[in-house]
Design a protein around this ligand. Structure first.
Ligand SMILES: Nc1ncnc2c1ncn2[C@@H]1O[C@H](COP(=O)(O)OP(=O)(O)OP(=O)(O)O)[C@@H](O)[C@H]1O
Ligand SMILES: [Mg+2]
Length: 253
């Protein structure tokens, strides 16, 4: 993975204002393909808002989002998702009454919208089921396919969230606090799943995460947001040694 590789996703002077408040402040960030980039920063720093700008849920006040060399700033979330710029982790909808496998199958179908002919083919239908089963297996839910989603434990729901994201076959995954609300004993399982997706699938991953040991373990690069601005973007060791980051974010002198 070379630093000179052209970025798969990049922002240019990305800015978001709500009313008078500057939420994302002139962020230019380039992420090379296959990299694992964590985004850290205090509560309210603008991390989720930044993700919402990447996925298209929010429209920027200024600046642009470029995916594989194409300016996607004007595109809807679904148009971006179809190109492979994954939705944010917490945006996926789980249908509680449907089985885990049915949820995954619908997520595969939803990633090919408006293509009725596609779904009339038995072979395609089989392919969708296979993709859905693969996604469940990847996140460690292979044995839970027949269970209604509502009956899943919270940690398993988070795994299903991740599986639904994988069903759309994104090139870039946006994971917003994937371990939030996951029981302490389940966190390593979740992390191993994310590691596996990265290793086996070679995906580019952007992850917002507060747990610094997790960030340090998983990331090639760490981006630090403070008051909406990008204040550092470097290797985990360099970022965590940076005096500004240590005082402003990590709370150590
Ligand atoms: N839709 C919105 N309308 C108005 N203000 C918003 C909106 N979304 C976010 N904000 C504000 O933008 C700022 C950044 O919020 P954001 O959720 O992006 O931060 P964050 O870094 O993800 O925080 P956390 O670590 O708590 O998840 C906050 O002050 C928040 O109140
Ligand atoms: Mg957030």
């Amino acid at each position: 993975m070379s630093e000179a590789a052209s970025p798969i996703v990049a922002t240019h002077n990305l800015t978001l204002r709500f009313g008078g408040a500057l939420i994302v402040d002139d962020v230019s960030l380039a992420v090379p393909e296959g990299m694992f980039v964590s985004i850290i920063g205090p509560n309210g720093a603008g991390k989720t808002s930044f993700f919402n700008l990447l996925s298209g849920l929010y429209k920027p006040s200024a600046g642009s989002v470029v995916f594989r060399g194409e300016d996607v700033t004007g595109l809807s979330p679904s148009a971006r998702a179809r190109r492979g710029l994954g939705r944010s982790f917490q945006l996926t909808t789980i249908f509680p009454g449907l089985s885990t496998l049915e949820n995954a199958r619908l997520a595969v179908q939803a990633s090919h919208p408006g293509n009725a002919v596609f779904w009339k083919s038995a072979a395609r239908d089989r392919a969708a089921k296979e993709r859905a089963a693969w996604a469940l297996e990847t996140v460690g839910l292979a044995g839970r396919g027949a269970v209604p989603a509502a009956a899943l434990a919270h940690g398993d729901k988070r795994k299903l969230d991740l599986a639904l994201l994988l069903c759309a076959e994104p090139e870039v995954l946006l994971l917003d606090e994937p371990t939030a609300g996951v029981g302490a004993e389940e966190v390593p399982v979740m992390l191993e799943t994310i590691r596996r997706i990265r290793r086996v699938e070679g995906k580019t991953i952007l992850m917002v995460e507060h747990k610094m040991d997790v960030v340090h373990d998983l990331s090639d690069r760490v981006a630090v947001l403070a008051n909406g601005a990008l204040v550092a973007y470097d290797t985990p060791d360099a970022v965590m040694a940076d005096p500004f980051v240590r005082s402003a974010y990590l709370g150590v002198a």
